[in-house]
Design a protein around this ligand. Sequence first.
Ligand code: BG6
Length: 482
Amino acid sequence: MVARVIPVDPFDLVIFGATGDLARRKILPALCRRHADGQMPDDARIIGAARTEMDRDAFLAMVSEAFDEFLGDHAPGPDCRASFFERLDYVAVDALGEDGWTALSDTLRDGVVRAFYFSVGPSLFGPLAERLGQHGMVTAETRIVVEKPFGHDLETARVLNQTLAAHFDETQIYRIDHYLGKETVQNLMAVRFANILFEPLWNARFVDHVQITVAETVGVGGRGPYYDKSGAMRDMVQNHLMQLLCLIAMEPPHSFEPDAVRDEKLKVIRALDPVRADDIVRGQYGAGAESPSYLVEVENPQSLTESYIALKVGISNWRWKGTPFYLRTGKRLRARASEIAVTFRDPPHSIFGEDAPWKANILVIRLQPDEGMTLKVMIKEPGPGGMRLKDVALDMSFAEALGDDVPIPDAYERLIMDVIRGNQTLFMRGDEVEAAWAWTDPIIAGWQKSADRPRTYDPGSSGPEDALMLMHRDGRRWREIR
Ligand code: BG6
């Protein structure tokens, strides 16, 4: 099967922070793949901007090295790379000074989409926005892209929103949560709203509980200084897991228009209950045979920051009251496995007698790896000897269903093209981010007050033992991480 590619309009894309990790690892490879697929018009241009003084050739050499490392499977061939490089340029710019701004302004064309990607720390968002304004670079066709973390708490997020709002209209601001760009995450909406099957059952009357798991095998690596100030709650729950929860829990939007979807997500966030202290388990990975402990990795022996968190979340609205959502995410766990499991309630009465083994219907949506869906259903076990029941899986892997030769695009490919198209559906609105922080802040303040240590867990395990209790005491179990 061949994926359909709809070309975008001509554009100038400026990447601030073009020499940084994200640009080299994600943004530039994503652009190269879109180029390879023929999605970019001939006159689309990409301009790297960073403080480092270097000429265009040196920038191309840097990008080339990054591609060798990060383009991965389905890498475009040398001719394709060469034609992509023709689109690239580089300007040295000082975000906090005057250097380079006139040169940058001179490279931009009028009459095409202009996108500025702020692939820099949030402390530079304000200065960059200001400089763009001062140098007359903001046109009606201008968009800016900002990366997470969008603030550290509600207060800082508000200040950031105000700073950006002083220079840009909300319709020009694209706040990235790369989870929304993942194919399988978008598929959540397709599953829910393009099928009649699930929606009538999608509520507290029929759903017993929902589990959302984002498990990683990596540790914090070289990101210790950032991560130790954030922890799993700020780094993952406030944004990625929150977005997943919203897509599962929201009411059907009336259309796929940006505000129709974002209005519904916002309503979910506002309906989230505060989380009680005993509905939270935090963990920190210890040392393994070949891996250092969290405390060693972040070089902070006293750190109370969590690299794992599990929590039980309630939603106070008509659809979900009484159906808990269990969320967990952590680093250095047994496997890289992200999934959403919707467990349905038991049928109200068994015509097969009380002894028939009940196994709940479960819809599992696997986000990564091995993207796909499984629906657990009960059937009769074949053979004579009475009515014996058995649960089996209706299993669908996207690779098998769609063909292995259709690569699942990286989230950034979709998201950057959406910026050029001017489609904000998969980006977070300012009020959404603030509402997410308004829910997160008191939870964090709660454990900071108690100064409890996170539980230590073994690397390669499924997290701290206490997290099991979070579900056991409700008569439920986590699904295995594997
Ligand atoms: C990032 C977090 O936003 O998402 C990282 O800052 C995390 O800590 C990453 O590892 C996970 O993304 P993915 O796409 O690998 O699941």
